[in-house]
Write a new protein. Sequence first.
Length: 232
Amino acid sequence: LMSQKGVTTVLTGNCGPNAFNVFGQAGIQVVVGVSGPVRSAVEQFKAGVFSSASEPNVGSHFGMNSAPANPSLTRQPKTIPFGQDGGRGMGQGMGRGSAMGMGGGAGGSRGMGRNSGFGTGNWLTVEQPASPVESGVDPAQAQTLLKSQLQALEQQKSQIEQKIRELETGRRSVAAVISERCAGCGICTDVCPENAIAIDGHAIINWDTCTGCGKCISECPNEAIILTSSKK
């Protein structure tokens, strides 16, 4: 569908094998490692700052134990225990690793579970990287990393507030697909940590397993996925 509409290039932060193959078969080049406002990214692409990728930059479900793009820029994240899990309560892991591919492991927490769990699990804290002077890291790279870490913390804050609202209203947030916009590229299936998305012409989301984490929403190039609410 994207190639039929004249799309020749996709700019994205991360691209897994499934989506990369789909784009390649459609003759669409993929540029990875892109972040920031859309307008800025497009201007940088036109200026020749970016070049097309020759292969996926992450594995399938890259939130699970993925290695950082530059290991010298980050230390291992810490986890702060707040209690014990209750059923499938707040200990499911926020993407099972830190956002944006920074850090790794199974730290983090998804939130309050699907139905009745209420344990708090281990929330991810992002540790500041070593000083550029101490580690030899370029200040511009360190700044980029810190901005990525800030985005991860803001996302975590948003998820906590979301879970509070769910408790107050008795409803939970889930992702929903606007089929008219969906190109069936498969990026959402690569980034979903719960395997809650399948492709059948367009993306189909299983609300029984969707936790409303929003990863598919932030990565969709067509803005074809939104967050809605469903009764628990």
